[in-house]
Unconditional design. Structure first.
Length: 92
């Protein structure tokens, strides 16, 4: 099992349909198959929120797509780095 800190740029690759990205795709596969766990810093949730808000305001993403993606993240494979007991609770 590999644990690591997940960067927002990788997270956003999963949201936008802008083509495949080998590293982001590999990270997602690793998380989906429970081969690793992602830790996210507190700042990550603000970065995610900022990108999604901007994308919705510009019409790049619909409100429904934003909500669906946030639900996926909340139910996801993440642990906030400020608490060892917060798996799946990224604080949105």
């Amino acid at each position: 099992m590999t644990d690591f800190v997940l960067d927002n740029s990788v997270t956003m690759r999963w949201c936008f349909n802008s083509g495949s990205h080998a590293y982001a795709d590999a990270v997602l596969r690793m998380l989906e198959t429970a081969q690793g766990e992602a830790f996210v810093p507190i700042l990550w949730r603000y970065e995610v929120s900022s990108v999604l808000t901007r994308a919705q305001k510009t019409g790049t993403l619909t409100a429904q797509r934003v909500m669906d993606f946030l639900e996926l993240l909340v139910a996801g494979f993440f642990r906030r780095s400020d608490s060892a007991e917060s798996r799946g609770n990224v604080g949105f």
